[in-house]
Design a binder for this molecule. Structure first.
Ligand code: AHM
Ligand code: MG
Length: 338
């Protein structure tokens, strides 16, 4: 008989909760509800190619339901999985300008969920993988339904972080600070099954860098020198011989970096000094996962996890992946003339 045991995400979450005696059931419930929302979104994303046939946004589909844009659908799926459970005091989403409070008709809990419901949604039309990113914070204020202070906490305070990649298969990857674990959705039984226990960024990593190279003219001299070093540097300096991969979908680019190693870069440049990606619900959750897998995340100067957010949708330059490469880009950026 096979020695391989099947572990569902629900069982994994419960077993990991036992390692955190302080983490009452609520915390596990949030992760379980997130996995449920991911399944709902996954099913819809897989139908994306049929949207035009079944009904365009703004019209009704064959079931008579109104067809929503997928990012709005994903926002709604996560909100509806979470609003009534009594585990959260509020939420923050890329799709929503302000804090999303838990409605008065439902009980409020002790945790904050921050999330990007469907990142890279401009890729949907061309069948490129997209993703959901999330993290859980503990409420720190006395406000029943949460406040800015509860949401604007540095990444180091995250209790859990994860992402879902809707790719050739759907995977959910999460950490609660005890390693990084990946689950693959078996659509035939509707369960996320543990497929990648204890993920570590490989060492030595694959020699891959991932950046939108079309922005080269806007890069700082330090940034240009770093990419030149990866392409043309000699063996002694650790450069040269790199390959480039850029999907343009953060979760997918990060997922590859986590499993293969290398570096993902979205720097600040002359036009956008803070880059494009958001600190609270994109950079910080992925930074926690990277660190838990033996990697690092930086804004070029500081560890992403130590940055105190000042606003909900604050942007940050992001360098993410193998620790040695993130350290190297920090050195290039700090050198004179950068
Ligand atoms: P979005 O939040 O509007 O979907 O944009 C985020 C996406 C990321 O998935 C990706 O890393 C980045 O934008 C790509 O940006 P660019 O096209 O500038 O390279
Ligand atoms: Mg996004």
């Amino acid at each position: 008989m096979s020695e391989t045991h099947i572990v569902t995400i629900d069982r994994h979450i419960i077993e990991h909760e036992r390692k955190h005696p302080e983490a009452r059931g609520a915390f596990s419930n949030i992760l379980t509800d997130m996995a449920l929302a991911a399944k709902v979104i996954s099913r819809k994303v897989n139908m994306a190619g049929l949207m035009d046939i079944l009904g365009a946004a703004g019209s009704e589909n064959v079931q008579g339901e109104s067809v929503q844009k997928l990012d709005v659908f994903a926002q709604d799926a996560i909100y509806r999985a979470m609003d009534h459970t009594g585990d959260l005091c509020c939420m923050v989403s890329e799709e929503w300008e302000d804090i999303i409070p838990i409605p008065e008709k439902f009980p409020a809990g002790d945790y904050v969920l921050v999330f990007d419901p469907l990142d890279g949604s401009s890729n949907i039309d061309v069948n490129v993988s997209i993703g959901t990113v999330f993290a859980i914070l503990r409420k720190v204020s006395n406000e029943e339904r949460g406040s800015m202070a509860d949401c604007l906490q540095p990444g180091r305070k995250q209790l859990a972080a994860g992402y879902v990649v809707y790719g050739s298969s759907t995977m959910l990857v999460y950490t609660t600070g005890n390693g990084v674990h990946g689950f693959t959705l078996d659509p035939s039984i509707g369960e996320f099954i543990l497929s990648h226990p204890d993920i570590r960024i490989p060492e030595p990593p694959d020699r891959i860098y991932s950046i939108n190279e079309a922005y080269t003219p806007r890069w700082t001299p330090g940034m240009k020198r770093f990419i030149e070093h990866l392409k043309f540097g000699d063996e002694e300096s650790g450069g040269g011989g790199y390959s480039s991969r850029y999907i343009g979908s953060l979760v997918s680019d990060f997922h590859r970096t986590l499993l293969r190693g290398g570096i993902f870069l979205y720097p600040g440049d002359r036009e956008n000094p803070s880059g494009k990606l958001r600190l609270l619900y994109e950079a910080s959750p992925l930074a926690m996962i990277a660190e838990q897998a033996g990697g690092r995340a930086s804004d070029g100067r500081s560890n992403i996890l130590d940055i105190q957010p000042e606003s909900l949708h604050q942007r940050t330059p992001l360098f993410l992946g193998s620790a040695g490469l993130v350290g190297a880009v920090e050195r290039f950026l700090s050198e004179e003339g950068s």
